[in-house]
Design a protein. Structure first.
Length: 203
C-alpha cells in the first residue's frame, strides 16, 4: 500500500491531514494576495491625495465641500451633510501626537463652549491610535471623530499640519480656514470672527 494513500485519506473516505493542510495553505495564500491588493490600492489613493495637496495647497474660503465622512471612536461611520441646516459647522482638526494640539486644548475648549449654541462644533482626528486615551486625559468636551474617508481627506485638503480650524456654512461653502494653534494673528482673527475672548495657549 502506498503510504501517501494512508496519509491522504481516512478510512471513511474523507480527505486526510495532508490534503487538508494543502487546502489551508492555498486559502491563506489567496487571502494574503487579496490583502496585499487592497493595501496597494489604499497606498495609491493616499499618494494621490498627497500629490493633490502639493499642487492645490490649503482649502480656501468660497470652495464647496461634500459631506464630511469619518468614524466614531467605536468604528461606526458618521456623516455630516450640508443643505439641511442653516447652522455652520466648525471642524477642529487635531492629532493625539501633535504637541501644538495639546498646548491649544484649553483655548479650543473655550472656543467650543462659547460658540456651541450658534455653531455645530466637532473635532476630527487624523490619527486613531491613542485617541481614546488622549480624549480622556485632556477631558475633551466636544465630539471627536477619526479616520476621515479618502474623499473627505482630499476634498477638505487635510494633511497640511495640525491643529487646523475650518468653518463650513450650512450649504457646504468654506467660510474660514486657520492653520495653527490659537496664538498671535490666528488667535486675533478667531476672536474677532466669533466675537469671543480666548485664553493664551499653554507654554
Amino acid at each position: 500500500m502506498n503510504p501517501r494513500d494512508i496519509s491522504d485519506r481516512h478510512g471513511d473516505g474523507r480527505p486526510g491531514v495532508g490534503r487538508l493542510s494543502y487546502v489551508v495553505v492555498i486559502v491563506l495564500l489567496i487571502c494574503s494576495v487579496a490583502l496585499n491588493v487592497l493595501l496597494a490600492r489604499k497606498i495609491h489613493f493616499l499618494r494621490q491625495i498627497e500629490e493633490n495637496l502639493r499642487t492645490t495647497g490649503n482649502i480656501q474660503p468660497g470652495e464647496s465641500v461634500p459631506a464630511l465622512q469619518a468614524k466614531t471612536n467605536d468604528g461606526k461611520p458618521v456623516s455630516f451633510s450640508y443643505g439641511t441646516s442653516e447652522t455652520a459647522l466648525v471642524i477642529y482638526v487635531l492629532s493625539p501626537t501633535c504637541q501644538w494640539c495639546e498646548k491649544n486644548q484649553q483655548s479650543v475648549e473655550a472656543l467650543a463652549s462659547s460658540i456651541g449654541k450658534k455653531y455645530r462644533f466637532i473635532g476630527l482626528s487624523l490619527e486613531s491610535n491613542d485617541l481614546k486615551r488622549y480624549l480622556e486625559e485632556k477631558n475633551v468636551s466636544f465630539p471627536v471623530y477619526t479616520e476621515p474617508a479618502i474623499t473627505t481627506y482630499s476634498s477638505y485638503k487635510l494633511g497640511n499640519g495640525t491643529p487646523q480650524t475650518i468653518v463650513v456654512s450650512g450649504q457646504g461653502t468654506v467660510l474660514k480656514n486657520w492653520h495653527g494653534a490659537y496664538s498671535g494673528s490666528v488667535k486675533s482673527e478667531i476672536e474677532q470672527y466669533f466675537g469671543v475672548h480666548l485664553p493664551e495657549i499653554a507654554q
